[in-house]
Design a protein around this ligand. Structure first.
Ligand code: AMP
Length: 143
């Protein structure tokens, strides 16, 4: 199974914010979309960073409610790790575990084509295991 299999059911839409947006506006988007991270795109649609709920948490822990007036660029992670649609699910699980994050933008030949979360990976692995168990059951009962 590959990242492209996740994108096949999930689609290519990526929810993004601009670096100059306020943290309060970004939090409203996270809540409205029920997601855990936003990609930060600059005026040329290039990836400028990633803002996850973890970044919000740390900013508020540091500064309290004042943090809500910060811009996204002040709070986001600026160096973004991305993956290719051809990457295997095992590779993605390894990257997320080693780097300790739960989101990966998908980029193919410089073009943004989706965003996957650890939740998407777990869902695909569960489906895969269910299919394997069904196939085994069928094999055993047919024997
Ligand atoms: P997360 O576990 O995804 O909520 O993120 C934990 C931390 O890693 C936060 O500081 C995020 O900004 C950062 N982060 C999340 N995804 C990525 C990524 N793909 N590349 C770089 N940093 C990331």
């Amino acid at each position: 199974m590959f990242v492209s299999d996740i994108l096949a059911y999930k689609g290519n839409r990526v929810v993004s914010v601009a670096p100059q947006d306020s943290l309060a506006a970004a939090i409203a988007t996270l809540a409205a979309r029920r997601i855990g991270a936003l990609l930060v795109l600059d005026a040329d649609e290039a990836i400028a960073g990633i803002l996850s709920e973890r970044d919000v948490l740390h900013a508020v822990a540091r500064e309290g409610a004042q943090a809500l007036n910060r811009t996204v660029s002040e709070v986001m992670t600026g160096t973004v790790v991305t993956c290719d649609p051809d990457a295997s699910i095992e590779q993605i699980m390894e990257t997320m575990t080693e780097r300790r994050f739960r989101h990966l933008p998908v980029v193919q030949q410089g073009r943004l084509c989706g965003m996957i979360s650890i939740g998407d990976v777990v869902r695909l692995r569960l489906e895969e295991q269910r299919r394997e168990a069904d196939a085994l059951r069928e094999y055993i009962t047919a024997a």
